[in-house]
Structures are given as structure tokens and as C-alpha cells.
Design a protein around this ligand. Structure first.
Ligand code: MN
Length: 326
């Protein structure tokens, strides 16, 4: 398929590059680091060779979210966003941008989101899970009350918010002790991000702000497979719900969430996601440079779905959600 658009596509600036070290074997670092710092050359060739018209670019992980010092997080986010704006301006028909946000400081994150949307025409934000705030051990999730103003602004700006994974901090990760292979994209990323998404759903955030649009990668971090059970466990007890949100959590999943195919190139899993959330809410993505553009595209171009759904997932859902001028 020609004209595909991807939206979990990362780059690094020199100050955040090392955040991506350690996820792959050391012998892959030369290649991975070169992929991360490139935007206009190798990346563009990969896109051209595989029928990708556009990438909406985002900073690597955890980057801003792992800078406990608020002033430093704010400064680094601005630096990354300024750089991304320059890169997008070189080829706006091929690249668009997501804002990196210093969520450690909700007011600063709100201002930075507005600056990036209004001054740079960014298409929303991509945030790498919880933020370490003031100290490395102080972990803040975005269902906390201090984010009310941030979410109100995101809704007002109609800015989709991509909740991207990160690893749990080590003092919170006893379940992975002795099994470092479970960290990162193998398992820990999805667990961390799925729980964060459930916290947002259960908090009542989407009752207060029904227009919010949250994007999850990796075909939903396992949630499509498990949402029914979240709402229906122990059905015979008829227990009252035990969280502030007004509706069953699957209602919010279906009304406020969009999923991408990033890093999860599996037809069976895609079809399960389509059955749970619908083809209108699934968007193609690769997770470059951690995954290959050709692996994502060769799978997606051939996967056994209707051509109408391929066009939606590969392109038109992204055009609609991000109001792309293509
Ligand atoms: Mn990613």
C-alpha cells in the first residue's frame, strides 16, 4: 500500500540519545544510534522504499519523563521541540511532530503543549509514561488531580495524547527481579502502560473531559484482550463498581482511545483489536528505529483484512485524527 502514515516513529537529540542504550545487545548500538539521530536521510529512504508517505515524529524514551529536576525537564523539552519543529519545516509533507512534555510541572507541560500546537503546528503530544518528579523515586501518574488543567487544555486544543511506554523504576519492579529479559518491549512496557491507561479510565477523567483522545501503541498494550474481564470479573457477585468513573471502563476504551500497530506486527492480534475497538480507531505505525520499517510495512501490506480497512488503518484514520493536510 502506498501513502501509509505512521505515528510512533522516534528520533533522539544528543542529550537523550543514551536513554535508548541498553534495550538491545551492545553490538546493535552503532546501528540504532545512527538510526535515532537521522531524520532526513536514511529514514526518508526507508519510507520511500516501503510506501510510507509520512511519519509523525516523537522524541525517544524515557527522555523528558526521567528528568526529576523540573527546570531541567522544561528546558530539555523545549530544546527537543524546537529541534523537531526545524526538522518538520524542512519536509512538512513527509514529517509532522508530537510535542515532548515536561509533565513533572503540569503548568509548564500545559504551556508547552499550547506552544507546540499553536507555534509549530504539532499534531498532539507523545509522553513516555509516568514522570519522575523532584526525586528519582517520586513517580507521578497523570490521573493525579494536579493534571486537571493540563487535560482541560488538551481537550480544548483537540490535541491527541500518545501514552508511550517506559520501564518501571527498579524499586517498583520486584516482579522482574532476576529476569531482566522481561524488561522493555518484551513485557514490562506493556504492563506499565496498560495500568496507566486503566488508571486514566477509572479516575473519571473522561467523564470530565469526554473529548480527550488517548493513543496507545503496540496494538493496545494487551488491553483489547483483557478489557472484558476488567469489567466483568466475578459477575455473579454483582458488586458495585469501586472507582470514580461513571461507566464501565470498556466504554472509555471505545470512546477515548486509539491504538497503533507499532512493534506488534501480528494479524491475529490486529483482528482482536479490530473486534474490540473497531477499524476506525486503529492506526498503522512502525516504532522505528527500534523496529524495521520494512518489517512493519511488508506485514501490513499483506495482512488479511479488507482493502477498505487497510486504507483506514494505513492512512485515513491518521488524516482524520490529526487533521493532516495531505
Ligand atoms: Mn516506541
Amino acid at each position: 500500500m502506498q501513502g501509509k502514515i505512521g505515528l510512533e516513529e522516534h528520533f533522539a537529540i544528543p542529550e537523550t540519545l543514551q536513554d535508548s542504550a541498553g534495550f538491545l545487545a551492545d553490538e546493535s548500538w552503532t546501528e540504532l544510534s545512527a538510526r535515532l539521530v537521522d531524520i532526513q536521510e536514511r529514514r526518508l529512504r526507508e519510507m520511500d522504499d516501503n510506501g510510507m508517505e509520512m511519519m509523525i515524529l516523537s522524541l525517544n524514551a524515557p527522555a523528558i519523563q526521567a528528568i526529576p529536576n523540573r527546570a531541567k525537564a522544561i528546558e530539555m523539552a523545549k530544546r527537543a521541540n524546537d529541534f523537531l519543529a526545524e526538522q518538520v519545516a524542512l519536509r512538512p509533507n513527509r514529517f509532522q511532530g508530537f510535542a515532548a512534555l515536561p509533565m513533572q510541572d503540569p503548568d509548564a507541560a500545559t504551556q508547552e503543549l499550547e506552544r507546540c500546537m499553536k507555534d509549530f503546528g504539532f499534531r498532539g503530544a507523545l509522553v513516555n509514561g509516568f514522570s519522575q518528579t523532584d526525586t528519582p523515586e517520586n513517580v507521578v501518574y497523570y490521573d493525579a488531580p494536579q493534571y486537571e488543567g493540563f487535560w482541560a487544555k488538551a481537550e480544548q486544543l483537540d490535541a491527541p495524547f500518545y501514552l508511550h511506554p517506559r520501564n518501571p523504576i527498579s524499586s517498583w519492579a520486584q516482579i522482574y527481579d532476576g529476569h531482566p529479559w522481561l524488561m522493555g518491549p518484551t513485557w514490562a512496557f506493556a504492563q506499565e502502560t496498560a495500568v496507566h491507561a486503566l488508571r486514566l479510565m477509572a479516575s473519571g477523567l473522561f467523564d470530565r473531559h469526554p473529548g480527550l483522545k488517548i493513543v496507545l501503541g503496540h496494538l493496545g498494550e494487551g488491553l483489547p484482550y483483557n478489557m472484558w474481564r476488567v469489567d466483568h470479573r466475578n459477575g455473579w457477585v454483582k458488586a458495585p463498581k469501586s472507582y470514580p468513573a461513571k461507566k464501565p471502563l470498556a466504554d472509555y476504551f471505545q470512546q477515548n482511545f486509539w491504538l497503533t500497530t507499532s512493534g506488534n506486527f501480528r494479524t491475529q492480534t490486529l483482528i482482536d483489536a479490530m473486534l474490540e475497538i473497531g477499524a476506525d480507531r486503529i492506526l498503522f505505525s512502525t516504532d522505528w528505529p527500534f523496529e524495521n520499517v520494512d518489517h512493519a510495512c511488508e506485514w501490513f501490506d499483506a495482512t488479511s483484512i479488507s482493502e477498505a480497512d487497510r486504507l483506514k488503518i494505513g492512512r485515513t484514520n491518521a488524516v482524520d485524527l490529526f487533521k493532516l493536510n495531505v
